[in-house]
Design a protein around this ligand. Structure first.
Ligand code: PLP
Length: 367
């Protein structure tokens, strides 16, 4: 049996009729950038997440950069965030001239709110929690700190679509939130895409101008912007997939419960969920003893797995100038040393999961 890590091929087989029909319809119309389909997608996201404004953009990275920019973050400012994320989280901060300030994470792999206050200085201009793996950070204490110090929150919700915390969807807790529509996300397009959500009209209006060169009309501007427009093909695919998102998340949770049932070694740690959260499980992240050995063994048995990621953000080559060193964030570093994403997508069968789990159990048998 061969078990793939992700589902893109299967997903296309399942959905190709509707997707090709949309492409055909839109190309025949001949108008494919920032069209009414984008507006419909934005409206659908507003009702799904229960928020006032959404803007379709062309990546999650742009969504983060524009969120930072719209909040007025600039050179010399500090943004508190996590060392456990994809490099884009801090690339966005650095590119607008600010400095990422890391704090360590908790057992849920997300920033530990207890560490935030010690990192606040008079240069702190935002807190950027990242909902890593599709689990919303513990937002209540983060919001309390944000209010106490009057520091805005930008949610990096690139992986948060479909995730809930205390009955609210990810992205509605902060001043603005950035989502990715990269094909590997639960709500993924057929190319790069992203979007922001906010309840703040002024942030919405700023980003709306910024995503399209600052154009108020075809020939009128008041600021310089960039091109970060969503195209109608991705908007249609995202709208179509949004209707299926609940079932995608349900299947992903079902898979994880099956893994929990069949993996019976204490050498693999599977973080548990709180009663009040729905984890979107963009990835199924585990912590494994002898992670590299296990990964090799699984591959020899035709099972793909992936390390997300080996290097915490404070130890990346690009972060050198930030001045951090090994040992600064022990919990984050421990995660990066042990983390392994196991095969996980909505088309996996119980047999696949049983097969992978049995192989994991047999790898650790003689430990
Ligand atoms: C946590 C996080 N932030 C930001 C991004 C950037 O999103 P995009 O790839 O759509 O630019 C990603 C993408 O994987 C991500 O996982």
């Amino acid at each position: 049996m061969k078990v793939d890590l992700i589902d893109l091929k299967y997903r296309y087989l399942d959905e190709h009729k509707q997707i090709l029909k949309s492409i055909n319809k839109l190309l025949k119309k001949g108008n494919i950038v920032l069209t009414e389909e984008v507006k419909s997608f934005e409206d659908a996201i507003c009702s799904y997440t229960n928020i006032k404004y959404c803007l379709g953009l062309n990546s999650g990275t742009d969504a983060l950069m524009m969120s930072l920019w719209a909040l007025g973050i600039k050179k010399g400012d500090e943004v508190i965030t996590t060392p456990v994320s994809f490099i884009a989280s801090i690339g966005a901060i650095v590119h607008i001239g600010a400095r990422p300030v890391f704090i360590d994470v908790g057992e849920d792999f997300n920033i530990d709110p207890k560490n935030i206050e010690t990192a606040i200085t008079n240069k702190t201009k935002a807190i950027m929690p990242v909902h890593w793996g599709g689990r919303v950070c513990d937002m209540e204490p983060i919001i309390a700190i944000s209010k106490k110090y009057n520091i805005p929150i930008i949610e990096d919700s690139a992986q948060g679509m479909g995730a809930y915390y205390k009955n609210s969807h990810s992205g509605v807790f902060g001043h603005v939130a950035a989502f990715s529509g990269h094909p590997l996300k639960n709500l993924g397009a057929i190319g790069d895409s992203g979007f922001i959500v906010t309840n703040n009209k002024s942030i919405y209006e700023k980003i709306k101008l910024y995503r399209n060169h600052g154009l108020i009309s075809r020939d009128k501007t008041s600021i310089f912007g960039i091109n970060s427009r969503m195209d109608s093909i991705n908007a249609e695919v995202l709208s179509f997939r949004l209707k299926k998102l609940k079932s995608v998340i349900k299947n992903r949770n079902k898979n994880v419960n099956l893994y929990k049932k069949y993996i019976n070694t204490d050498k693999v740690f599977i973080p548990s969920n709180k009663k009040y959260e729905i984890n979107a499980y963009v990835m199924f992240l585990t912590l494994c003893e002898d992670r590299n050995g296990l990964q090799k063994y699984l591959l020899n048995n035709n099972i793909q797995s992936m390390v997300y990621y080996e290097t915490p953000l404070h130890l990346h080559g690009a972060s050198k100038a930030l001045g951090y060193k090994k040992g600064d964030f022990p919990l984050a570093e421990n995660i990066c040393n042990k983390v392994l994403a196991l095969p996980h997508h909505q088309y996996l069968s119980e047999n696949h999961i049983k097969f992978v789990s049995n192989k994991i159990n047999s790898f650790y048998k003689n430990y």
